[in-house]
Design a protein around this ligand. Structure first.
Ligand SMILES: C[S@@+](CC[C@H](N)C(=O)[O-])C[C@H]1O[C@@H](n2cnc3c(N)ncnc32)[C@H](O)[C@@H]1O
Length: 371
């Protein structure tokens, strides 16, 4: 798999941003956006909102074609850029011009450069979102989202578009998309990990497992912030194969065991203090989570703690609603849950909800104990 890491994957865990100012900034941004939306004639504002999809595809092309990386050293003249990357010069110009006139690139005659907003499209940017942009703009997701109306009619996902298996088996058979998906998760988790690692006092424990922990970015951050902890990373073999450089980058490889295992159908490491599962529950229905969660419960000690990290849908106000729709389309009956829905899921499977800890990221820690 592609284990290319951005420099930020290899640096110490930065401080978590403060919750209050982050929330204030988000509220301000939304208020300004609502104001902007009211300023134009609704028919054109609406069209512009829908055309965001075109922008997403154009930005995806910048990453996919290597243009963003090529512009990393500074603006380039379009014919030289097209020659270097083997692209059609006229079409490349039209792509770059379209983005530049939206303020997303800097345009100087026939030369184009990245703007501060598009710098993170580079793979070597400290906060690179290159894989996330690839993932969000990939053909698989375009096909799935084109079937949203069907999913809303039936209430079922449309994953059978691609296979009768699930996302994970499909990704295993498609190396480029496997790399983009897990790279996207690593990028997303990298940005939230400083907050997640400090939001809960992991430091009062000795051992922590990350179930479905991907390439180990969250566990790496938790272990780096809490030097007394030892960790166990569990995920599919093809995924944990990419964990070595991430854990080494955090300087925690000697305190972390890496286990290739099945967290839904197999056994998990027994008797640890804390079990974290980030963005796992939201991909699986309550019914399909029942057996695994009961097995997790059996593997835990009575005083172990389960920390699910996911979106917690608030009673009102904003949340990652489009991620919930992504789960509707492409997961095994997964959904973003309210606090009450988490409480029901937990109590049905041998746990009691202890508390929900909000973070500056759009996800919260749902802390539970064996009931
Ligand atoms: C949405 S990703 C989240 C990854 C990581 N927790 C994070 O937030 O960055 C879900 C992860 O669960 C893993 N996964 C899914 N089903 C699994 C299974 N049955 N056993 C082990 N890992 C699984 C996937 O390989 C993937 O890494």
């Amino acid at each position: 798999m592609n284990t290319h890491l951005a420099p930020a994957d290899l640096t110490p865990v930065p401080p978590a941003p403060p919750l209050g100012p982050v929330r204030f900034g988000q509220r301000l941004q939304r208020a300004l956006q609502r104001l902007v939306n009211r300023m134009g004639p609704p028919q054109f504002v609406l069209m512009d909102l829908v055309a965001q999809r075109w922008r997403a595809d154009a930005l995806g092309a910048l990453v996919r074609l290597g243009i963003a990386d090529a512009l990393g050293a500074g603006p380039m003249e379009v014919d030289a850029l097209a020659r270097r990357l083997g692209l059609h010069a006229g079409a490349t110009y039209r792509l770059l011009r379209a983005l530049a006139r939206e303020g997303l690139l800097v345009e100087q005659g026939r030369a184009f450069g990245l703007s501060p907003l598009t710098e993170p499209l580079r793979r070597d940017h400290p906060h690179s979102m290159a894989n996330m942009i690839l993932e969000l703009s990939c053909a698989r997701n375009a096909h799935l989202w084109a079937r949203l109306s069907e999913a809303v009619q039936s209430g079922d996902g449309v994953w059978e578009t691609f296979s009768d298996g699930n996302l994970w088996t499909w990704l295993d058979a498609h190396p480029d998309e496997h790399a983009a998906f897990h790279g996207a998760m690593r990028e997303l988790t990298r940005e939230g990990a400083p907050s997640f690692a400090r939001a809960y006092d992991f430091g009062r424990h000795r051992t922590v497992a990350d179930l479905g922990g991907g390439t180990g970015h969250l566990l790496g951050a938790i272990l780096a912030v809490h030097p007394n902890l030892r960790g166990v990373l569990v995920d599919a073999a093809q995924v944990v194969a990419g964990a070595g450089p991430v854990l080494a980058g955090f300087g925690v490889a000697d305190r972390c065991e890496v286990v290739a295992g099945d967290i839904l159908d197999g056994e998990i490491p027994a008797g640890l203090d804390v079990y974290v599962a980030k963005n796992i529950a939201h991909g699986v229905s309550d019914a399909l989570l029942a057996a695994p969660m009961r097995r997790w419960r059996q593997a835990m000690r009575p005083d172990s703690v389960l920390v699910l990290i996911d979106v917690v849908v608030p009673p009102d106000g904003p949340y990652l609603g489009f991620l919930d729709l992504q789960m509707l389309l492409a997961s095994q009956g997964g959904r973003e849950r309210t606090e009450a829905e988490f409480a029901t899921l937990l109590s049905a499977n041998g746990f009691a909800l202890d508390r929900v800890i909000p973070t500056p990221a759009p996800m919260s820690l749902v802390v539970a104990r064996p009931a």
